[in-house]
Design a protein around this ligand. Structure first.
Ligand code: 4AD
Ligand code: MG
Length: 430
């Protein structure tokens, strides 16, 4: 019977056939250990010379890395491996013989691996990262579906620039100009007025010349938006959502976290509520910690965020940033009008900001003032202003960057390994 490495756990003691690739191999005169992978997982296949036909052992010994095969054999328990079982191989049918596979078990430089990203994806750690990414996406849908949200898809080609044009990719749209979306937020606000609670999940683009371990040019964002919801209520959704995602990965990706040597004790602590500090408190904290380079009104850089994050075991919300360093649509803080009702969620362990969110201005006149102050063209925001003309309500929302969240949960140093085919400042291939 045909099965997969993952499903083979239900076939202990039975003979099965699995379509697989040879990831690696060790052999001696009497025995060959095949490191098999089939997409669902990695498993050892044991070929014992005295127990198989002569040509099968010969095939096993000469198999080259990444050749594709059908292997048949009995699944047996094996407590030494993380998987818990292996295959006693009886038969091997070669489908395609691979020669000179470029990624060998030796160490390769990152640029070489990125040039071979289409093949690098097959390796055990990269495989584990993508499985964790997939689990985060799955848990995201589960969380929002269970909490009464409707998934709405904002457009990717847009005519206007929600947060200023400096970071936008420009393209022609027949005779008009268009931009690739940097955020679906403004459309999600319209959707929230139709459906109450909505979320999106899709690609976003930033033509930002940043070359850090946290920046991609193309990244995927989850953007929930909620009508009749103030900022404090939004923070509660954010912490419950992030904690749910982390706990789902712990539950469903234990093997992958082990492959990546992730310290899971740090993730186990991630339960709501998360600590909150104000921007003002963060500035005081940084001054006390010896950061003389930052003043009230400055945005935080990576070292500042990391210093603040290191103070906590949990993700931490920095709330109420100065108005002047945030986008036009944020609701003023009634307790200090120089700041807004917003928060960035900073992940632990130096992974930086994973969420940006805020309460949105719902007063038409104030919003018009803010659009003018930011020298944006009111013409292109007519649809957005309409939301404040016809049954305006308090509403809040946020955007979670998928790749930074994967990097943190999987414990991967650089976001380039959290996207299957990352678009970076210096990379559009493969
Ligand atoms: O803070 P940002 O820019 O917020 C927005 O776009 C809002 N309109 C979202 C909303 O309220 N609906 O981006 C949100 C998140 C960041 O916290 C970060 O996790 C991620 O998106 N992000 C990036 N991830 C990878 N590479 C980049 N260049 C990123 N820029 C932002
Ligand atoms: Mg931000």
């Amino acid at each position: 019977m045909k099965t997969t490495i993952k499903e083979a756990k239900n076939h202990i003691g039975e003979e099965v056939t699995i379509g697989a690739w040879l990831a690696n191999k060790r052999s001696s005169g009497k025995i060959a250990f095949l490191q098999l992978r089939d997409g669902t997982g990695f498993m050892q296949g044991v070929v014992v010379k005295s127990e198989v036909a002569e040509d099968i052992f010969k095939t096993a010994k000469s198999l080259t890395q990444e050749s594709s095969i059908y292997v048949t054999g009995e699944i047996t328990e094996d407590n030494r491996s993380d998987l818990g079982y292996e295959m006693q191989v009886k038969e091997i049918k070669v489908i395609h013989e691979a020669h000179d596979y470029p990624i060998t078990p030796k160490n390769h430089g990152t640029e070489f691996l990125m040039d071979h990203r289409h093949l690098w994806l097959r390796s055990k750690k990269q495989h584990a990262v993508m499985k964790i990414r997939n689990e985060i996406i799955r848990a995201t849908y589960e969380f929002f579906n269970n909490n009464g949200f409707t998934k709405i898809d904002p457009p990717i080609l847009t005519a206007s620039a929600p947060e200023g044009t400096s970071e936008l990719f420009h393209t022609k749209y027949f005779d008009e100009d268009a931009f690739l979306s940097q955020s679906g937020q403004l459309y999600m606000e319209a959707a929230a007025m139709a459906h109450g609670k909505v979320f999106s999940f899709g690609p976003t683009f930033r033509a930002e010349k940043s070359k850090t371990r946290r920046h991609l040019i193309e990244f995927w964002m989850i953007e929930p938006e909620m009508a009749f919801t103030n900022h404090e209520e939004s923070l509660q959704v954010q912490e419950n959502y992030v904690a749910f995602v982390v706990q789902s990965v712990l539950k469903n990706c234990a093997l992958e976290l082990k492959v990546l040597d992730r310290d899971t004790s740090k993730l186990e602590k991630v339960v709501a509520p998360f600590p909150r500090i104000s921007y003002d408190e963060a500035i005081t904290f940084l001054h006390e910690a010896g950061f003389d380079d930052i003043e009230w009104g400055d945005d935080f850089g990576a070292p500042h965020e990391t210093a603040i994050a290191n103070h906590y075991d949990l993700p931490v919300f920095i709330v109420n940033y100065p108005t002047k360093i945030k986008p036009f649509y944020m609701q003023p803080n009634p307790e200090n009008e120089d700041t807004v009702l917003c928060a960035d969620l900073i992940a632990p362990e130096g992974y930086g900001e994973i969420i940006g969110g805020s309460e949105r201005i719902n007063d038409l006149a104030l919003l018009e003032t803010r659009i003018n102050a930011h020298q944006l063209d009111p013409e292109s925001y007519q649809y957005y202003l309409d939301l404040r003309k016809y049954g305006s309500v308090p509403h809040s929302g946020f955007g979670l960057g998928l790749e930074r969240t994967v990097a943190w949960i999987a414990g991967v140093e650089h976001v380039r390994e959290t996207s299957p085919f990352p678009r970076l400042l210096n990379r559009l291939y493969p």
